[in-house]
Design a protein around this ligand. Structure first.
Ligand code: FES
Ligand SMILES: [Fe+2]
Length: 381
């Protein structure tokens, strides 16, 4: 839906006291949050074998800029090469496996900190100190090991670590998420003691706004008034602010929604792009254990707004959200994680208001089932 459609649909919901509804409820087995075997399947199939956003393109602006981090348990490094394309490699030196870099930066070449083997930005091994100690070393065969596919789309760098499971059109219908002029303002990392799916679910419904965020978000937003759209395995949930109601007085073709709502895009499986009033966040949820998730968030300017005062406004907004609403969300997420051990529930029921979460679980299940079926086919061949 374009912004005008979105505005009209929200105004209709305000008028009728309604919200978008899914087609059916979903019952997710609680064991799927508690099983190491299930998580290993998710990481292997949904993370390593589908195109997964690694970082925004804005984090790799110049030739030689790199981002190194673990993705689905694999240390990776993405770097902008001489020809302007992004290459991604397994972040391990071909000598004895040390990581070439950590965090982010900009370099002319990737030099291993241990003994100084040097790789160019295309990953080729170019320098070996005292090379005569390695008789017969073929440098051409000892370049960095690339991931299966690296692409840039919608302002994001996507990495597919291993041979993809399905030919994938899942991304084709996504709208352009991040425009070239949007600048990276900050990168943050934190950890939460909860399963990655519980963390994800917290972003994908507005049914909890009044109960959880009574004093923080609810005074500005609606309780349980959301739009849900799906694109392949991905989705977008719209959270309008109360002040959007004034658009009823504006002619439909003149309606602008910036600053009047929050868009939350879910890029399957583990990335959220949240477009807020003054900034955009790319939030990556990396499972590090069954009950631990690393949260990496990249804060960018919004489209068409990069004045110097903006940084302060964004910092203030981000700080407010982090200390208030996001803190409330983290407390609930922790409580759900603790509740898993209570034995009270064998399933969690996601209702008609939680249809973006239903879509996520349905897509994840379909992917894991498809993989199991293909494995059977291969075995019976
Ligand atoms: S481990 Fe990298 S140069 Fe030795
Ligand atoms: Fe929330």
């Amino acid at each position: 839906m374009d912004d005008q459609c979105v505005a009209q649909r929200i105004l209709d919901h305000i008028e009728h006291g309604t919200t978008d509804l899914g087609q059916s409820i979903w019952r997710e087995p609680v064991d799927n949050y508690r099983s190491n075997e299930r998580m290993a399947e998710e990481v292997e199939l949904a993370f390593r074998r589908t195109p997964t956003p690694f970082c925004p393109s804005a984090a790799l602006l110049d030739v030689g800029s790199y981002v190194a981090r673990d993705a689905a348990g694999t240390p990776l490094i993405a770097v902008r090469a001489q020809d302007g394309t992004v290459r991604a490699f397994r972040n391990a030196c071909r000598h004895r496996g040390a990581q070439l870099a950590t965090g982010s930066g900009c370099a002319k070449a990737l030099v291993c900190p241990y003994h100084g083997w040097t790789y160019n930005l295309e990953g080729r091994l170019r320098g070996v100190p005292h090379e005569y100690g390695f008789p017969g070393l073929d440098k051409e065969l000892n370049g960095l090991v690339p991931v299966c596919v690296t692409t840039e789309r919608f302002g994001l760098v996507f990495i597919t670590q291993q041979e993809p499971l399905l030919s994938d059109e899942s991304l084709d219908h996504l709208p352009p998420l991040i425009a070239p002029e949007q600048q990276l303002l900050a990168t943050r990392e934190s950890e939460i003691a909860a399963n990655w799916k519980i963390m994800l679910e917290g972003f994908l419904e507005g049914y909890h706004i009044r109960s959880t965020h009574r004093e923080t978000f609810y005074p500005y937003g609606f309780d349980n008034l959301n739009l849900v759209e799906v694109f392949g395995r991905n989705s977008r949930v719209t959270y309008p602010f109360r002040r959007i109601a004034k658009l009823a007085e504006t002619a439909p073709e003149d309606r602008r929604v910036e600053g009047l709502l929050t868009y939350v895009y879910h890029i399957f499986p583990n990335v959220l792009v949240t477009v807020l009033s003054h900034h955009t966040n790319v939030i990556v949820l990396e499972p590090v254990a069954l009950d631990r998730t690393k949260v990496i968030s990249y804060t960018l300017t919004n489209r068409g707004s990069s004045t110097p005062e903006l940084r302060e406004t964004v910092e203030r907004d981000a700080e407010f959200v982090d200390q208030t609403g996001a803190a409330e969300d983290r407390a609930v997420i922790r409580a759900i994680q603790v509740g898993l051990g209570s034995g009270a529930n064998s399933v969690f029921t996601f209702g008609l208001f939680e249809s973006a979460i239903v879509h996520f679980h349905r897509s994840l299940d379909a992917m894991l089932e498809h993989a199991t079926e293909s494995a059977h086919l291969v075995r019976s061949d």
